[in-house]
Design a protein around this ligand. Structure first.
Ligand SMILES: Nc1nc2c(c(=O)[nH]1)N[C@H]1C(S)=C(S)[C@@H](COP(=O)(O)O)O[C@H]1N2
Ligand SMILES: [Mo]
Length: 325
């Protein structure tokens, strides 16, 4: 199916000729407020095999993402307004529109990330220390929420492996744990004990280093809106959305499987792995199909194993994924 890239507000397709995104330190600004409509549409008109992405071409400080879409997902892109208006970010409330309404209160600049544990380099780092802004890629990934809905989003980021390698993790680092920033005055949802704050997530090291795993800093050609996890968040496309932790402020290299917020709060419902699996129902609902957000009230699709990203299957060879949910 064709990937259609909807124009951003106030921009018609005719206005859009340049295929360039201009980067200005942490600001990702699309040229003229618009994106590579024509370029990306043709680049993504067919299902393409996953592979090593071409490096974005850089000229005069501008990046051309038109040929770098790493993995083309079938289905239309979710409209920008749904991507940024229908969110889970419980630190700002449990309603889907709470993050869009309240996340602006979060200070994202300056931002510091504590890196600790089994690595040769540890300490406190800025976003620029972690992410090479000259190596950004655009990747169109489907994000499948455990609540049985999904969105297809053009993310901008770098492979998480390129972030983690900077710290030279040692052989004792078998897992990597992440924490979200916590500021109770900026995050009104954290006044309630919905989860054990700060929000915590984790990956096995091989999952973290897998080339599909992204550290995202933008979407739709823009810097990440706060409600989507500014200034940087994970996107782990073969796992339920809650593994894709937002607004990361701590990264720890650890030897044991780390505690994760959803598993802690309801271990029978949410496991550490949380791979998208249509064959294993959530105790309270089926995972066999999903609602397509932004495509009308009745739009649904069948859920695919690993959310369709089959290339990760070998990570779980020999594991019982009903046990290790
Ligand atoms: N810190 C934090 N990260 C989070 C969440 C959250 O509540 N807090 N929700 C998760 C869930 S359940 C989903 S489905 C995705 C939603 O990402 P999106 O709002 O950018 O689509 O973020 C995940 N990351
Ligand atoms: Mo979710």
């Amino acid at each position: 199916m064709l990937i259609k890239r909807p124009p951003l507000a106030g921009v018609t397709e005719n206005d859009v000729t340049p295929k360039h995104l201009y980067l200005n330190r942490r600001k990702i600004m699309a040229a003229g407020g618009a994106l590579a409509l024509t370029g990306l549409t043709s680049a993504c008109s067919a299902q393409e095999p996953a592979g090593t992405p071409a490096a974005p071409r850089v000229s005069n400080g501008s990046l051309d993402f038109s040929e770098t879409a790493y993995r083309v997902t079938d289905g239309d892109l979710t409209p920008y307004d749904a991507v940024t208006g229908y969110n889970n970010f419980y630190e700002f409330g449990t309603g889907k529109d709470d993050p869009a309404r309240y996340a602006d209160a979060m200070t994202t600049d300056p931002w510091s990330v504590q890196v600790d544990g089994h690595a040769e380099r540890t300490g406190t780092f800025s976003v620029e220390d972690l992410v090479d802004f000259n190596a950004l890629e655009e990747r169109i990934y489907r994000l499948r929420c455990v609540e049985a809905w999904s969105m297809v989003i053009p993310w901008i980021g770098v492979p998480l492996s390129s972030v983690l390698e900077r710290f030279r993790p040692t052989s004792d680092a078998r897992y990597v744990a992440f924490e979200t920033y916590l500021n109770r005055s900026e995050m009104r949802g954290t006044r309630f004990p919905v989860l054990d704050w700060p929000y915590k997530e984790g990956l096995r090291m091989d999952e973290a280093m897998h080339p599909l795993t992204l550290m995202a800093v933008g979407l739709y050609g823009e810097v990440l809106p706060n409600q989507n996890g500014a200034p940087m968040r994970l996107v782990v496309p073969w796992k339920y959305g809650f593994k894709s932790i937002k607004s990361i402020s701590r990264i720890s290299f650890v030897s044991e499987q780390p505690p994760t917020s959803w598993k802690q709060s309801a271990p029978r419902e949410y496991g550490f792995y949380s791979n998208v699996n249509p064959n294993r129902s959530h105790p309270r609902w089926s995972q066999a199909s999903e609602r397509i957000i932004g495509a009308g009230p009745f739009a649904r699709r069948d859920t695919e194993m690993f959310n369709g990203y089959d290339e990760v299957a070998s990570l779980y060879a020999g594991m019982d994924l009903e046990e290790n949910y």
